[in-house]
Design a binder for this molecule. Structure first.
Ligand SMILES: [Zn+2]
Length: 127
């Protein structure tokens, strides 16, 4: 532990969950975890902050910390989110509707994201 480091105000042991690329990402992760009922702290360098909106020095990457007891659950939350965000937006091959990545099938015509171009759709009456 380097001298001058500010300790978190905690009885709990905090562990670093993730280093974010920027404060926006840190805030996003924090929001996810808080929504799951997990205590979160965002830290940049030696600075503990209550607000993610604080200015982070250039090159300083904020990190997201959680109590050790919540680490496993926090990883789960992020994994679930990652599996959703993994997919880029896509366009339906069948009808051309633009989909967000979390959808696995076209809400308009029912074609699946990974269906081949010649996927046989019955009773399709788009025209
Ligand atoms: Zn479609």
């Amino acid at each position: 532990m380097a001298p001058g480091l500010i300790e978190p105000p905690a009885e709990m042991k905090w562990v670093k969950l993730r280093t974010a690329d920027n404060p926006v990402e840190a805030g996003f992760v924090r929001g996810l975890l808080e929504a799951a009922g997990i205590p979160v702290q965002v830290r940049s360098m030696e600075l503990w902050t209550a607000a993610v909106e604080i200015y982070f020095a250039e090159g300083a990457r904020p990190s997201v910390w959680v109590p050790e007891a919540h680490l496993e659950r926090a990883e789960q939350v992020l994994d679930e989110q990652a599996s959703v965000r993994h997919w880029p937006d896509w366009s339906c091959r069948r009808c051309g509707t633009r989909m967000e990545g979390q959808f696995t099938a076209c809400w308009r015509c029912g074609a699946g994201r990974d269906d081949p171009d010649d996927y046989p759709h019955n009773n399709l009456d788009m025209q």
